[in-house]
Design a binder for this molecule. Sequence first.
Ligand code: ADP
Ligand code: MG
Length: 312
Amino acid sequence: MTADAAQRFGRVAVMMGGWSAEREISLNSGEAVLQALRAAGVDAHAVDVDRDVLARLGGQGYDRAFIALHGRGGEDGVIQGALEVLGLPYTGSGVLASALCMNKRLTKRVWAGEGLPTPAFTVLDAGFDPFVVEREIGLPCIVKPALEGSSIGMSKVDSAEDLEAAWARAAEYGAEVIAEAWVEGPEFTVAVLGGQALPAIRLVTPRSFYDFEAKYRAVDTEYHIPCGLDEVQEGELRSLALRAFRATTARGWGRVDLMMDARAHLWLIEVNTVPGMTDHSLVPMAARAAGIDFPALVVRILESTLGQEGAR
Ligand SMILES: Nc1ncnc2c1ncn2[C@@H]1O[C@H](COP(=O)(O)OP(=O)(O)O)[C@@H](O)[C@H]1O
Ligand SMILES: [Mg+2]
């Protein structure tokens, strides 16, 4: 990028850290974004987000923000709302989509309402009846906190007796817990950048699902890109991901997780409005397959903030 091109961004706050369970991962994403922007000549600065962030952002001459925050307080509309108040353009989804996509239960309701396929689910309240859950959604199922990420607090449940313990594990991360029908089959993730779906990635883990260990520690997780589907099937996968992304009003960039069952039906799992952004994360991997390297990707995401000034 030329110096002029880098300068049109002005002073950029790279917002990272935060107070969610994904703080450490966000620090990695933020650091990678910061280094890439600086290498591109952008006047980028790290902002480690804590409860004093508003005082630290205001009056510092920032022109825009790159949000590299994952999880609650950063990916869920809270910081987006604060940046709206400050009048600072920011990367990614706005308040509504950020808040919606943080809540898996409500995201699934929106998809179902739009006629988009997402596995059957039920909300688990304290005192739920395991046998009703079994009857309603069947077993196995997966129990998840409605509001977390990084597979935190999730478990696969094979028998009704294990539902209570799975619920307790998930409930540690917030009162809202869902049980979702288990999809047996390959898992895919589709990155969205500037209104387009990038090549799909197929995730393969020898573990029972793509859990925290498989995401961040295991060396035996495989990422297949090209994903192994034929052109027509991959086209369908990408177009479903894009429709699902748009249905939530998400914008800019993000990532949609999907699964395919034994009958080759696709099922929407969730949208990540601020996915991981280290250079070995999934969105950078998909971008690379589309010929966009990590620095170019970071710049493309930041470019979506140009022209937002007038909107506020
Ligand atoms: N309905 C499902 N059936 C089978 N596996 C699932 C299902 N939902 C989620 N998983 C597995 O759990 C992982 C994490 O679930 P996800 O809803 O994407 O939450 P997170 O926000 O933690 O990424 C997925 O990547 C997938 O491997
Ligand atoms: Mg996921």
